[in-house]
Design a protein around this ligand. Sequence first.
Ligand code: BG6
Length: 485
Amino acid sequence: MQTDSSFTFVLFGGTGDLSMRKILPALYEAHRAGMLAASGKIVAVARHEEDRAGYLQWVNEHVKAHVAKSGIDENAWAGFVDRIEYVKLDLGKAEDFVKLRDALQDHAGTRVFYLATGPSLFVPICHALASVGLNENARIVLEKPLGYDLRSSNAINDAVGEIFAEEQIYRIDHYLGKEPVQNLLALRFGNALFEPLWRREWVESIQITIAEELGVEARGDFYDNTGALRDMVQNHLLQLLSIVAMEPPHSMDSDSVRDEKLRVLRALKPIDPRDISKVAVRGQYHAGVIRGTSVPAYATESGVKTDSATETFVALKVEIENWRWAGVPFFLRTGKRLADRVAEIVVNFRAVPHSALGASALRAGANRLVIRLQPNETIRLYCLAKKPGEGMNLSSVHLDLAFDQFFKEGQMEAYQRLLLDVINGRLALFVRRDEQEAAWKWVEPILNEWAASGKPKPYAAGTWGPAAASAMLAQHGTCWLEEEN
Ligand code: BG6
């Protein structure tokens, strides 16, 4: 399907890392798949390149390598490059924004400003756009991190909110654009099977893991001022949690879905600072080995302070104070340089109330649903079955659904889906201000406590994080699921 109408996609930070790795490759894929209206234009804005020829050379050198899925189709690439215009712009110069306005004057259709820049530039760019009237009838896309804590995020939202109405603002959380996250909504609300069991009466605990093998790469400086709680929990993990736990929305329109997610975020049991050591574990990786390769300690990475107290691992126990989930622990964990790259949701169901099948049924465990988001999208349902042969001996078996075997094509990268949604004016997969505030409010006591005292616990790169993360689950009679798929 093509974008509804013509558009101009103005990309601030046009020579930045994000533009190179994600945004321009995603726009190319959408173009190649015939999903962009023929008259749609991309106007890249940057300081470094002098003119369009210089910018296109940069695009050829840096963007092509990041087009993953199908490689480059040279014909399609030529057509894509034809869409690109370039405006050299210095943010400090008001006259450069006049130049930008003039360059956009003849462009019809939807206007999108994508700020692929550091958050400190969001407000100055918005003011400058407003000073030349470019905020009218436009959409603005803000990348994470949006602020550093509740106060700074509110300050940005207040300032941007004076210039753009909430319906014009698209806050990106790229996890919401991932196919399997969409599928989670389909699984929960498209099937009669799961919903009746999706509650405290039948669910014992839920785990959500986003584990990475990668370290901080070239982002040591940024990461050392951020840490895993801000980088992954405040946004991606709490968004996943809210989708797992939300009530069925009455429709899939933007506000119905976001209202339900917000209810979950507001129902998170506030963390008492005195309990933090019981419900939150932080870790930092030391040197170790991942898949046979030695990797250095976090504190020796470029851009990181040698005595850094920044966490590269977080594990949390979260509770939701509502009728559906009261008393059910949600265990969240994320970390860099862990043993595997995996993102998954594990729903542990309760054991049957009475086993007529004897001791082997109890030993074989209860039902469990594992929804794996990456690296491969699968759903695995663990059930009990009788072992062949004499006697009633039970064993755990599983039913597997691998999505790439059912759907051979049509997969879309998160950024491609999200950029098309911005151009088409669909807000459902973008974070509303109130959701963001609720998430910051909830993590803030942990941020404050960790900033005030203590240090992260060490863990060797290539492991599953500090032992304390496993001990936290052991107290609830459970353990993290760590298995090969
Ligand atoms: C980003 C974080 O938001 O998500 C990175 O800033 C992290 O630190 C990345 O590596 C993980 O995303 P994905 O899609 O690779 O799981």
